[in-house]
Design a protein around this ligand. Structure first.
Ligand code: SF4
Length: 369
């Protein structure tokens, strides 16, 4: 199938792997900051085919995983209200808050609905003027344009009973925070192609320069990831630290200009807490003053809800590459995808969930050997 099979070609993958092996002379640690890439790396066993000296660190790239627990608790508080229809993409319904999840709210009679677009939630608001309809808007720069467009439409059409619970996060400030951590081991980055397809690549050369770290934009198929790793290793081995775009078929340097204009109109930059990492300055978006009436956190006054993360979860260390998921004592025991204790077990794109799905048996056999 075009665009799928051609980027999974085993002969081409073998050739790229040969080049990576031939180029590698020293240990390198490379981080992917995209849950889709993490899932693909583990699913296809790419990390196991790389030279021993090339380590992949699975960074904070899964949008569900980095959504803070207290935002989940605020969502639960809003969704439990009898006057609210709470809309979300399906993957957020089973993400546990500090005591329960949206499925529980639904089973107890709350009006929680899975939608496929924020525009579906806006339609529901227009059809149900006696209800407050809230859409749970989480994620990176990729999902933000559709949410921005929906709020813009709600304002333009005068739909006062629609609001957005916003928890958007931005990749470049996270890259900076990772590089400034005293425990940072990262020497090169794979940047997420879908984020750059919206935002373009202009934010990355200053980061590459400031932290003297190669950044290669790439996609999600095996060949995309291998090509991204190959280019990163070549830069590291030759002492270069530049931005390279290995995903030019989807990422123009300037990004998506209409989407960026919409984002600039509807959102403004704010500090955001990242689950498993903590507060990162200027690392998120909230609704700008012009659209503040559509902010669910203000409308339902849930900003006083604060929640602490699980004390036994080590996802912050997983996200910084300090440990692998199975090195957490709770992995596969107290913490599983059905009962996740922390950020990286919550979504299938999280590193702990990916290890659980694709490596659990292998790890169990190795432990028993
Ligand atoms: S296995 Fe569970 S508890 Fe351990 S780091 Fe991963 S998410 Fe946290």
């Amino acid at each position: 199938m075009k665009y799928l099979d051609e980027f999974s070609d085993p002969d081409l993958a073998a050739r790229l792997l040969e080049q990576i092996h031939a180029a590698t002379t020293r240990p390198w640690a490379i981080m992917e900051v995209c849950g889709g890439q993490t899932h693909s790396i583990i699913r296809h066993g790419i990390d196991q085919l790389l030279p021993e000296d090339v380590e992949m660190i699975h960074g904070p790239g899964c949008p569900v995983c980095v959504t803070p627990l207290e935002i989940i608790d605020r969502a639960l508080a809003i969704a439990a209200r009898p006057d609210v229809v709470f809309c979300s993409f399906g993957d957020m319904l089973r993400v546990p808050g500090s005591s329960h999840d949206l499925f529980r709210i639904k089973s107890e009679g709350g009006d929680v609905r899975v939608v496929y677009s924020p525009l579906d939630a806006l339609k529901l608001a227009r059809e149900n003027p006696d209800k407050e309809v809230v859409f749970f808007g989480i994620g990176f720069e990729t999902t933000a344009p559709a949410n921005a467009m929906t709020v813009y439409q709600a304002k333009r059409m005068g739909v006062p009973n629609f609001s957005l619970l916003v928890s958007h996060v931005l990749v470049p400030p996270a890259v900076a925070a990772i590089m400034e951590s005293p425990t940072c081991r990262v020497q090169g980055f794979l940047a997420a192609g879908h984020v750059c397809s919206v935002m373009g690549t202009a934010e990355y050369p200053p980061l590459a320069e400031r932290y003297r770290v190669p950044i290669v934009v790439t996609g999600f198929e095996p060949l995309d990831i291998l090509e991204g790793i190959r280019r990163t290793v070549l830069q590291l081995e030759s002492g270069r630290h530049e931005l390279e775009n290995a995903y030019a078929r989807a990422v123009p340097a300037e990004g998506n200009l209409p989407a960026k204009a919409m984002l600039q109109d509807v959102f403004e930059v704010t500090d955001r807490a990242w689950r498993g990492i903590g507060m990162i300055p200027d690392s998120g978006w909230r609704l700008s003053e012009r659209y503040r009436d559509f902010d669910a956190e203000h409308r339902f006054d849930v900003r006083g809800i604060h929640t602490a993360e699980s004390e036994i979860c080590r996802s912050g260390e997983v996200l910084q590459g300090l440990i692998k998921p199975h090195e957490c004592a709770a992995f596969g025991r107290e913490c599983t995808p059905r009962n996740p204790l922390g950020a990286t077990m919550v979504s299938s794109e999280g590193a702990c969930a990916a290890y659980y799905t694709y490596r659990r048996l292998e790890l169990t056999e190795a432990a028993g050997a």
